[in-house]
Design a protein around this ligand. Structure first.
Ligand code: NDP
Length: 302
């Protein structure tokens, strides 16, 4: 049985890993500049003034510039017309200085996200949300893979090496995280179960897993006694708890009850400092890959 006082799990330090990955990416940029005569470029479109989205876009821009790439920010008002937003996407599709385009989601009410994503050039779709990229991923072709599940896969491979034959349970089936995550684990020869809000006996399903990826958006939902002893846990969830006197902004927690799981599992990603930083590093990686592929240059080894 687990003993919450004995913290034995290895903490998978996504923050440190992401920093190293960003350094590796930055080190490859000069080769691209030499081969193509220009820097890789990432365009980010932010519609409206949602404070959290503004913070995300700001940190993506800073990280892009720090990696030696060009960052182009396009800020549009919340009441922008759908046609004008799509016209901007098409203009960026045709702009040779732009290798990657990211539309910060969610879009304000009244705008059709599916239509905007469908307008993206799939080769510039660094978030991997276009149906062409989903299809490429499923059929084993070179795809732009969504950044968050890609970051989880990289952390798992770094920690475990070969994932073949392991039982993996992915909690959550969103287009952004759960579905591509399950596909990536299948590509690694895991036996994959996808769980969701209609799954019966969820604790029992999770208990069968050697690898658990939790992406549900429910604070500390996955309890220690749902986890098999020795499991590897990747906690994607980012949930802000209600403010308290000591944490006036509210504490950030994941989807896993990490404190109690620590004594029980083999390794776990913390929140914050686990998967989150890997998402931005993978965005830079996808931008560099897109730049190479668009210029018919071999993928860099990262
Ligand atoms: P979505 O809301 O799109 O999907 C949530 C999924 O969880 C759904 O498939 C839903 O099932 C499932 N779910 C919800 N409640 C339960 C439950 N009680 N039991 C089992 N399954 C449940 O979220 P996202 O995939 O976009 O994000 C998930 C979490 O990851 C969020 O906390 C988000 O903030 C975080 N996130 C973190 C990122 C990072 O960089 N670290 C990036 C992206 C997301 P159903 O389909 O049946 O409704």
């Amino acid at each position: 049985m687990h003993d919450p006082k004995a913290s034995t799990a290895h903490i998978i330090n996504g923050k440190a890993f992401a920093l190293k990955l960003r350094e590796k990416i930055a080190a490859k940029v000069p080769d691209f500049v030499k081969a193509s005569g220009r820097k890789p470029g990432l365009a980010v479109i932010l519609v409206g003034d949602d404070p959290a989205s503004k913070v995300y876009v700001g940190s993506k821009g800073k990280a892009t510039i720090a990696a030696g790439m060009n960052s182009f920010e396009h800020l549009l008002p919340a009441n922008v017309a759908q046609e004008d937003l799509i016209a901007l996407v098409k203009k960026l599709n045709d702009d040779d200085a732009v290798d990657g385009i990211l539309v910060q989601l969610p879009l304000p009410d009244g705008l059709n996200e599916q239509e905007v994503i469908a307008a993206l050039d799939p080769d510039k779709d660094v978030d991997g949300l276009h149906v062409i990229n989903a299809g490429r991923l499923v059929s084993g072709q070179k795809a732009m893979v969504p950044c968050t599940p890609l970051g989880c896969q990289i952390l798992l491979k770094d920690y475990l090496g070969d994932l073949s034959g392991l039982n993996a349970v992915v909690l959550g089936r969103s287009i952004l995280v759960g579905k591509p995550m399950a596909q990536l684990l299948l590509n690694e020869n895991c036996t994959v179960t996808m769980a969701h809000s209609r799954t019966k006996n969820l604790p029992d399903v999770v208990r069968a897993a050697d690898i658990v990826v939790a992406a549900v958006g429910r604070p500390e939902m996955v309890k220690a006694d749902w986890l098999k002893a020795g499991a590897i846990v990747i906690d994607v969830g980012i949930n802000r708890l209600a403010p308290t006197d000591s944490k006036p902004k509210g504490r950030l927690v994941g989807d896993v009850d990490t404190h109690n799981a620590m004594a029980h599992v083999k390794a776990i990603t913390p929140v914050p400092g686990g998967v989150g930083p890997m998402t931005i590093a993978c965005l830079l990686r996808n931008t560099l890959l897109a730049a190479h592929r668009r210029n018919a240059i071999d993928d860099p080894e990262i």
